[in-house]
Design a protein around this ligand. Structure first.
Ligand SMILES: Cc1ncc(COP(=O)(O)O)c(C=O)c1O
Length: 449
């Protein structure tokens, strides 16, 4: 090899970014070089160095508008001053105690004040744990062990909640034409599948028929009425009516998973859909950016966890449950996410969807943005999205989405890998315009390529 070739190669090679170097380093000690499947995308994500408001600054000093907001858990963006102040105060007093603290009362009271259906609460450390606790609570109350969930809907990584999370077209229906119970993780015990009934998100008649047959054996039905994996479109009122009817008729408890969608209304999403859950599962924004989960409900339901008279029907606790840092950050987060803030952020989300959808339509792009309030998700293709099956990207869309995600990131905006996002209170109209323009440009480039 001549020295001139060597020189040319060296000149052509871009210096390795600090994020690329971090990824190389992480691959040696972490499987896949990333702690979370959901936040990884090829060749590797930028590594965050710090955050300020709605911005992330990465290791290479790039400012990125953050619409992922740690999978929608940050409603005030990063380093929100009231949360920083609350945490600074709390941390000086110690981080974990084997005793109760007043902070846990204050956060539980704040939830109850927003929605009387959240009269009592038990905190844990993740939404997954909250869903597991609610399911166990329903089992302990009813003495039954089976549950029903909606096809494709994500409720964390508890075995039963994961059933049919990502079933493929060739395995969608069972012999009777109903959604099949399909394992998500390899090695899922067959009993988990037998004990988890899968319901269709947008077919009220089929849903009612399945519940008529299975209802008497069910402890709980868990649902999220605006589920991201079902396209972030609302569950039809007729399906909700079928669920309510089955619960009334067969004594099934209703769990509404508000881990993501609590941010859509001051009292969460249940009141917006006329739902009166027995248990509500919470997480994300109620922890102000720290690990959190919670199961809430009316006192007579939450009694299943009551240990005051000896061993409860269902024991619920954990070493770091209701830790003082999470309680302090969560209270600051909710205090500043009051009725006006909720309304402002929801309106901003509506403006974003309008701007994107009008822009896509004007440009003749077969693409639309779904969502509600401050949450949004991009759908490629012109078909109507009504449920998990219609929301599931077609093979060509599965290939296009990462390119659109990458182009939007190149324009300085972080979405989740499936091109969904959440707005945060530091954002305003300028950010809405930036997101809309970047998305329209990215989809235009993809379609014209
Ligand atoms: C609707 C829903 N439920 C539960 C969970 C699980 O929450 P966590 O990631 O805190 O375990 C999530 C997480 O994204 C979620 O979206």
């Amino acid at each position: 090899m001549s020295s001139s070739t060597l020189r040319n190669n060296t000149e052509m090679e871009a210096p390795m970014t600090r994020s690329a170097a971090a990824f190389l380093r992480e691959q040696r000690v972490v499987p896949g070089g990333s702690m979370r499947h959901a936040s990884w995308f090829p060749p590797h994500p930028p590594y965050a160095a710090r955050g300020e408001g709605c911005w992330i600054v990465d290791l290479d000093n790039r400012r990125i508008l953050d619409c992922a907001n740690n999978f929608f858990s940050l409603v005030h963006g990063h380093a929100f001053p009231p949360i920083v102040a609350a945490l600074t105060d709390a941390i000086a007093n110690g981080t974990a105690f084997g005793l109760p603290m007043e902070g846990e009362i204050a956060l539980a009271e704040a939830l109850a004040a927003r929605n009387p259906r959240l009269a009592q609460t038990r905190f844990c450390n993740s939404g997954t744990e909250a869903v597991m606790a609610a399911i166990k609570g329903a089992r302990g109350t009813t003495g039954r062990h089976r549950i029903a969930k909606f096809e494709g809907c994500y409720h964390g990584s508890y075995d039963h909640a994961e059933v049919s999370l990502e079933s493929k077209p060739e395995e969608w229906d069972d012999a009777a034409g109903n959604p099949a119970s399909i394992a998500y993780a390899k090695g899922t015990p067959p009993a988990v599948l037998a004990d988890t009934v899968v319901l269709p998100y947008a077919d009220a008649d089929r849903c009612a028929a399945i519940l008529k047959r299975e209802g008497p054996t069910l402890a709980a039905i868990i649902l999220d009425p605006q589920a991201s994996k079902a396209g972030m479109v609302p569950m039809p009122a007729e399906v909700i009516a079928a669920v309510k009817e089955a619960c009334r008729r067969d004594g099934i408890l209703l769990i509404v998973d508000e881990v993501v969608n609590f941010r859509l209304g001051l009292g969460g999403i249940s009141p917006l859909f006329g739902l009166e859950p027995d248990f509500v599962t919470l997480g994300k924004i109620i922890g102000g950016g720290l690990p959190v989960g919670a199961v809430s409900g009316p006192a007579e339901r939450m009694a299943v966890f009551n240990h005051a008279q000896g061993k409860p029907k269902v024991a619920l606790g954990g070493t770091f449950s209701a830790n003082p840092l999470t309680m302090a950050a969560g209270l600051a987060s909710l205090t500043h996410y009051d009725e006006a803030a909720v309304a402002r952020l929801n309106a901003l989300g509506e403006a974003l969807r309008q701007r994107v959808n009008q822009g896509m339509e004007a440009a003749g792009l077969p693409c639309r943005m779904a969502g509600a309030g401050s949450l949004f998700r991009l759908h490629l293709g012109a078909r109507k999205v009504a449920d998990y099956r219609s929301a599931r990207p077609l093979p060509a869309e599965t290939e296009a989405l990462p390119r659109i995600h990458a182009a939007v990131l190149e324009a300085g905006i972080l979405l989740t890998p499936n091109c969904s996002g959440a707005l945060s209170t530091p954002m305003g109209e300028a950010q809405v315009a930036q997101i809309a323009d970047a998305l329209i440009q990215a989809v235009t480039a993809e379609v014209r390529a």
